[in-house]
Design a protein around this ligand. Structure first.
Ligand SMILES: [Zn+2]
Length: 236
């Protein structure tokens, strides 16, 4: 009975406040989904069959080798992923990061051996000035979704961004790497011995940012690093 009332109430609300697809803004029927059927169908999922033999791992080869790495969807100019990331990052739709973090977390769990299970999830930090400008960290939204699905705690007190870097999008590959190489620092590494951490970011392009995040952990004993990103640019 209660669910019927809820359904009527939701349908009534929907008349005045229709739900819109998070990617294309089409109206969607009462479904509780964030995407319309078209965008759900077009979602370019990576579906990497392995956590160790995939595009993310290959791109970090010879630089920083995480024990495992995963990415949820391919990013390309004009695709659904680009629209979703734009809404998340520049329109403040934090629920997009959370929703796809949950979806990715479930996918990772279906592949993850127990011994590689992370103890903490660490979102790539923003510089405090950038955080103030944007009001939130998009990687933290994604981390919250992963955390919910994987039941792993998010820690934002371990790694800090000490360098305010200009936006990376218009820089060349070499400049991006130089720009970010010494941007991160450990703030609190207490109690990390023997732990596995999962560093997470919204998009993987050259891998320069994630490599710079992994480096401070290399000096620590017995800390294993793994990587997850919401998207990966497939034509980088
Ligand atoms: Zn749509």
């Amino acid at each position: 009975m209660l669910s019927k009332v809820k359904l009527y109430w939701e349908s009534f609300l929907h008349l005045f406040f229709p739900e819109l697809c998070a990617a294309c803004m089409r109206e969607i029927p009462v479904s509780g989904d964030v995407l319309c059927v078209y965008c759900n169908h077009d979602l370019p999922l990576c579906g990497f069959p392995s956590l160790t033999d995939n595009l993310v791992h290959w791109r970090l080869a010879g630089r920083a080798l995480p024990i495992w790495a995963s990415s949820y969807m391919f990013f390309k100019e004009g695709n659904v992923t680009q629209a979703l990331l734009h809404q998340l990052k520049y329109r403040g739709k934090q629920y997009i990061g959370e929703e796809f973090g949950r979806r990715h977390g479930e996918y990772i769990l279906s592949q993850l051996p127990a011994e590689w299970r992370p103890d903490y999830i660490i979102p790539v930090p923003l510089h405090p000035k950038r955080l103030h400008e944007r009001g939130f960290n998009q990687s933290t939204c994604y981390a919250r979704g992963l955390s919910e699905a994987m039941r792993v705690k998010v820690r934002e007190d371990i790694l800090v961004r000490r360098k305010y870097t200009e936006t990376q999008t218009r820089k060349s590959k070499q400049d991006r790497i130089k720009n970010v190489s010494d941007a991160f620092q450990l703030r609190d590494a207490e109690g990390l011995t023997g732990k596995t951490i999962l560093i997470v970011d919204d998009v993987f392009t050259s891998g320069a940012t994630l490599e710079a995040c992994i480096l401070p952990f290399h000096g620590l004993e017995e800390v294993k690093v793994s990587i997850a990103t919401l998207a990966i640019a497939d034509d980088w």
